[in-house]
Design a binder for this molecule. Structure first.
Ligand SMILES: [Zn+2]
Length: 500
């Protein structure tokens, strides 16, 4: 007996067997139930998400004499049996990739005027419709504008942006979604159960995730795994079929890169390569690893979303918790950017190792920055503690200038730029709890103490975090030839100096 692929063998023939496209199935069933079936549909979405399967079910459903409760074709009535035959003239499947000329479309649209021979409707399913030539689209458009009552067109495409707007506007559009891993995994388990194939739950999940949302792709991997594993589909077996890296070894590599450990990263990468893993697969696996770690870090339902085997999830959770988001993100970016570069090069290993090293060095510079930030924070804390305890620290003059720079920039933001510049040349100092602005000329003193300016300065000073616990005082420095000089100097230096 010839082998039939799982995908063909388990192709859905009723609406309830279609997975992951509930929004579409429900609308189509309602249209059948209400007798409001359209004449032109466009189905779009990634390959293997069910466009053709749904088209075929729908085509039979609109013709079935005794549809099932959910609107699905019964598969038994005269019409269903007639339409199941390959040579029938009522359901026509056209592959636009190989029939894309205007003559072929004209031939098709000419014949559409003949009434159906079996049921009520003639259904034309045009696959890969984006492949039609411009002239062919125009010929099709004419028919779509005034289709005979018995005609239904279903146009299927993976490239909706290549379909002319004139065609789109005549069609009911349905977007087929990527099918979630969990849903595909359940389908695979059901199929294995039905066929009496032994399997590990994790194996089915890994197969599902390899399909990346496409049921067809996942089922063709399942096919290979069944043959390879000889009736007992294990996680390790699936890994071997996929050529994927050992997930634990891969985690080790991920950790080395995140740590910035160039030596370990290159060594583990070499080990994986020696095991025969291809570099593009390895780069992709590493990008996925960090993508998953980010998902765990950022997303509360990560566990359900990722559907990973328990031990792999636990490892990944550790990785996610051990590094800051930025670090995970930068490694993911470094690795996912490689795909394009590798495609156009033969020097895979060099490019990959270069990317590993630069991702590792990224850790170093990020760690350097973190260290610097920590040091600044420590210094600021020490300073503010010293100030709170009333200790007049040595760098007080410099620190006062710092406080002023903050205040000046805020003054500029609030529209007091002139004031800020005028005070620029003053001497700033912190004495005890007093922040002193010592102005050297009288004109500036008058300007600063003018009510509007003084109020603005007070407001900014009060709001400045660096100035917390300090009191603002504005002073005019008296020239030494002035009579008050002695008092001023005594005030500044206390009893330490004698004025001669
Ligand atoms: Zn039927």
């Amino acid at each position: 007996m010839a082998y039939t692929s799982l995908y063909r063998q388990f192709r859905p023939d009723t609406f309830d067997k279609v997975i992951g496209q509930d929004h579409i199935v429900r609308t189509l069933r309602n249209q059948i139930a209400n007798g409001s079936v359209g004449h032109a549909y466009i189905f779009t979405g990634t390959r293997g998400t069910g466009k053709t399967s749904v088209s075929k079910i729908f085509a039979r459903a609109v013709n079935c004499l005794h549809p099932l409760g959910d609107g699905s074709p019964c598969g038994k009535c005269e019409n269903c049996v007639g339409l199941a035959e390959a040579g029938n003239f009522d359901i026509l499947e056209i592959d636009a990739a190989s029939n894309n000329s205007v003559d072929q479309i004209r031939d098709l649209t000419d014949k559409i005027n003949f009434p159906p021979t079996i049921g009520r409707y003639k259904v034309y399913i045009v696959d890969e419709v984006h492949m039609l030539s411009k002239a062919a689209f125009n010929a099709l458009l004419k028919t779509l504008e005034e289709p005979p009552k018995h005609a239904i067109f279903i146009l299927a495409t993976t490239e909706i942006h290549q379909i002319p707007a004139t065609i789109l506007s005549r069609c009911l559009r349905f977007d087929f979604r990527l099918v979630p891993n969990g849903v595909i995994a359940k389908r695979i388990c059901d199929i294995f159960d039905e066929l009496g194939i032994k399997y590990q739950r994790e194996a089915a999940e890994l197969i599902a995730s390899s399909g990346a949302g496409s049921v067809r792709d996942a089922l063709s991997v399942a096919d290979m795994c069944v043959s390879y594993c000889n009736g007992n589909v294990t996680y390790d077996g699936v890994l071997e079929v996929l050529g994927a890296s050992d997930p634990h070894k891969l985690q080790e590599l991920g950790k080395a890169v995140a740590d910035g450990n160039v030596d370990a990263a290159l060594r583990i990468a070499a080990e994986l390569c020696d095991l025969g893993k291809s570099i593009p697969v390895l780069a992709n696996d590493l990008a996925t690893l960090f993508r998953n770690a980010l998902c765990i870090k950022m997303c509360t339902s990560a566990k359900e979303l990722l559907a990973l085997p328990e031990s792999i999830y636990a490892d990944l959770y550790g990785l996610a918790q051990a590094y800051p988001t930025n670090r995970l993100l930068s490694v993911m970016r470094a690795m996912s950017g490689l795909e394009g570069e590798l495609r156009y090069s033969v020097q895979h290993r060099i490019i990959f190792e270069g990317a590993l090293v630069s991702a590792c060095l990224g850790a170093e510079s990020e760690a350097g920055l973190d260290e610097l930030r920590a040091r600044v924070a420590r210094l600021e804390k020490m300073l503010s503690e010293a100030r709170r305890s009333g200790f007049n620290t040595a760098p007080a003059i410099k620190d006062a200038t710092q406080v002023w720079l903050h205040i000046a920039s805020e003054l500029k933001v609030r529209g007091y730029g002139v004031l800020a510049s005028a005070v620029r040349d003053a001497r700033f100092e912190i004495v005890g709890e007093e922040f002193k602005i010592n102005l050297a000329d009288h004109a500036t003193y008058l300007m600063v103490t003018e009510k509007t300016n003084r109020d603005a300065l007070n407001a900014v000073f009060a709001a400045e975090p660096l100035a917390q616990g300090l009191r603002l005082s504005i002073n005019e420095i008296i020239r030494l030839d002035d009579g008050k000089a002695e008092a001023y100097i005594k005030d500044m230096f206390g009893q330490m100096v004698d004025i001669v």
